[in-house]
Design a protein around this ligand. Structure first.
Ligand SMILES: *Cc1c(COP(=O)(O)O)cnc(C)c1O
Length: 383
């Protein structure tokens, strides 16, 4: 059998740095000990840095959706109105969670690939003056579109509504200042920009968010953030934490703090620019109107079988990118440049894409995408 080397370029899970991978194999220690309290203290401080917030960041053993649910149940009560920017699969997830907990969901329907505008949010708030909160994404991973959180934050801040941002793929890759931008709740998951395996969710609330949390009448137990707050104040967790993942988190946060958050944002912007440039050089079209630096979403060109392209890249060439989700299946493919990624990961992705396109007789010049990426990548923004 021929040798196949595998590369992971999906927008979650993302590759894990070797130091982080080996920390997952450390012998377990008991979590109710001073030794583990030191780890909690360390990660609590590192998470505030990653989130760029002065508010504590809480963590729970769950995937990102777990903390999305926590945002809904801790901030909303049944019957209350939540405005949701539905710009893709993850916006739709906010609406589904809200409906599951009896909230009155008011969706802002956005064509896939487009971003929600501050004007749309303003209009929705005017029409629903009693709305409790506005729910959005920082990066809508299903379309590759990044939302203008700063501008939307300004609009929401003029009203009593809370502003909730799903930063699950965006945090660490896209510039985000939750405290300055009027974000009341921001959350992420471990398997995206944080460079960990899946299994941890992170969430932070503003003071206004905490006031709502104290009053919420939604049913909640495991995700009742008041329990996490009480515990974290004593460098503790309410239930058995994901000990190994927290060892790994401490290592990942060391890497993040060494690079600095500004360095991380600059690296993602650089890799994103190179990928977009390569895609254009191959005469392919970007799917997102406002493409982010988390991933590059590309329209499948006429004459190319998009699902086959992604499958062949993964199963034959060893390069895992993501296809389209649900209605977007086959119509788009998504190349991530998220987390533990550097310049040559982009060349691998583009090289594999060219190979797979060529095999489907798509008209382009082999190496054109790689050359365009190199024009961006040879210069290093962090040098
Ligand atoms: C990945 C992702 C989610 C879902 O996270 P899970 O960890 O799969 O539960 C939600 N929102 C966004 C924007 C994502 O990228």
């Amino acid at each position: 059998m021929k040798l196949k080397k595998n590369y992971l370029l999906s927008p979650g899970p993302t590759p894990v740095p070797p130091e982080v991978a080996s920390a997952g194999a450390w012998p377990l220690i008991h979590h109710r000990t001073p030794q583990f309290q030191n780890i909690i203290k360390e990660v609590a401080q590192g998470l505030k840095y990653l989130f760029q917030t002065q508010h504590p960041v809480y963590f729970a053993a769950c995937s990102g959706t777990g903390v999305m649910e926590a945002a809904v149940t801790n901030l909303m009560s049944p019957g209350e109105v939540m405005i949701v920017a539905e710009g893709g699969k993850f916006g739709e997830r906010w609406s589904k969670i809200g409906a599951a907990f009896g909230c009155q969901v008011v969706p802002i329907k956005i064509e896939y690939g487009r971003g929600v505008t501050p004007e749309q949010v303003e209009a929705a708030l005017k029409k629903n003056p009693g709305a409790k909160a506005v729910f959005t994404q920082l990066s809508e991973t299903s379309t590759g579109c990044v939302f203008d959180i700063e501008a939307i934050g300004k609009v929401v801040a003029k009203t009593p509504a809370l502003f909730v941002v799903d930063g699950i793929s965006g945090l660490g890759a896209e510039v985000c200042y939750p405290d300055r931008w009027g974000v009341d709740c921001v959350l992420t998951g471990s398997q995206k920009g944080v460079m960990l395996p899946p299994g941890l969710g992170f969430i932070s609330l503003s003071s206004k968010g905490w006031a709502a949390c104290e009053k919420s009448k939604s049913p909640r137990f495991y995700f009742d953030l008041r329990a996490y707050k009480k515990a974290l104040d004593k460098n503790d967790t309410p239930y058995t934490p994901a000990i190994s993942l927290l060892f790994q988190l401490a290592e990942a946060l060391k890497i993040i703090q060494k690079e600095t958050i500004e360095g991380m944002w600059a690296r993602h912007a650089w890799l994103g620019e190179a990928t977009r440039s390569a895609v254009k050089a191959l005469h392919l079209e970007l799917f997102a109107e406002r493409p982010g630096n988390v991933l590059t979403s590309v329209k499948t060109p006429a004459g190319v079988d998009g699902e086959k392209l992604v499958k062949e890249m993964r199963d034959d060439l060893g390069v895992t990118i993501a296809g389209g989700q649900e209605e977007m299946k086959g119509k788009v493919f998504r190349i991530a440049h998220l987390g533990y990624m550097d310049r040559f990961d982009i060349l691998i992705a583009i090289g594999a894409l060219e190979t797979a396109l060529k095999r489907q007789n798509f008209a382009m010049k082999l190496g054109a995408g790689v050359a365009a990426a190199q024009e961006i990548l040879w210069q290093d923004p962090q040098r």
